[in-house]
Design a protein around this ligand. Sequence first.
Ligand SMILES: [Zn+2]
Length: 435
Amino acid sequence: MEKTIRITLLPSKKKEKYLKDAQKKVRELANILIPYKKHVKTGMEFHHLVYKRFRYLGLHSQLQENVQRKVYGAKKVKKFRTLPLEFNFPRSGKIAKTRKDNPVLVVSPLKKRIAFPICRDGGWRRLKEYTIKGWEAHSCRIFQQKRKRKRKAKDRKRSSKVNYGWVAHLNIRKELPPPQEVEGTIGVDVGRKVFAAVTLNHPSFPLLERYMGKDIAWKQHQLAKRRRKLQSYRDKGSKKARRALKKLRMKERKYNKTRCEQIAHEIVDWAVTTRSAIVIENIEGIRSKWKKEKTKRRGKQSKNLLRELNNWPYGFFLSFLTSLAYQHHIPVVKVDPHYTSQTCSRCGHTSKSSRVSRGLYRCVACGIELNSDRNASRNIGLKGFSFLALPFFSSWSSFYPFPREKKNNFLVSVVEERSTSSSGSMSGKFFLPPG
Ligand SMILES: [Zn+2]
């Protein structure tokens, strides 16, 4: 598995100039190389054609090869403006320590090797933690990035110049053992009102269900209201409003990111303690599902929904959840979300008319009434069962005498009976394991 960590570099003026020189040469080389692509068919041929010809520029051999690969891989690029400097460990770079025990990143963009001090911020601490856990850095990319800096009152007026800082993206790698054996599944349904409806389906645990991240939708609503107001001020020419809008965008992004990570951590902790797999919808499915919902509405409503979908952080959430689960040796199953909101999680009957209103699901076949997000997340969890070829189990057997849901129940009931007969005739459709 691979991960990327960002660290901050603190080059002196002299070293900064050296890096800029290297960047300039890389850009120059990349732009010279573009027309040569016409004459070759493979990357190897490209290498043989150009490698020796442009050694005179004085770039390190590894760096030149990386640039060649980048140019060959880039399609439809007519001119490169900026290119990051790429280094592979240990051939053209490494992480080391000085005699005074300060961390440095040693790289050789041109002929000479140069050490750049690493800032001991959060990124460096994260890198140290991962190194202790056995991760190894194998390559890095160095480039300039906009830096936030607190400005003093006196230079607030004149400094419209953007301040740049040097950062490196370190790629770290570790061979992870295969995921552990599981007994149950956790179904995760990503929705708009409830960010993640989560259900645990496990033969030896009580049926647990939770709605997570309800606050995300609420927060977005609040921020959207504020944004609308600020936008009207900005259109009248207020500079203050313009600045506030920019801040607001950052705020929203940060809020979403933090909450996504918190929820993912909660779900993974849960999976570890109950020894169960995580089942999620695959992302293309979600998009098409929501597009369908969009076409139902018209005009302004549909426009609003589209904006909501674009801001919605489900992509980030699912990828973060997957990577976090792999690190804890939890298998992740992606299933097709089609019909998960229309199928009854108790009897397996699929019908469009079962979705009575936005939040409510009432099965036309067996009459069960429950929240639609909850129903979908159960279906997703059950789909995972057949995927993992686990013995069939339905938490509904204990529910049978009391089909109505109680309100605010985190812990619903303890499963005692495990009979498959009560789950109805449709259970063979996708609930049973293949073979
Ligand atoms: Zn039913």
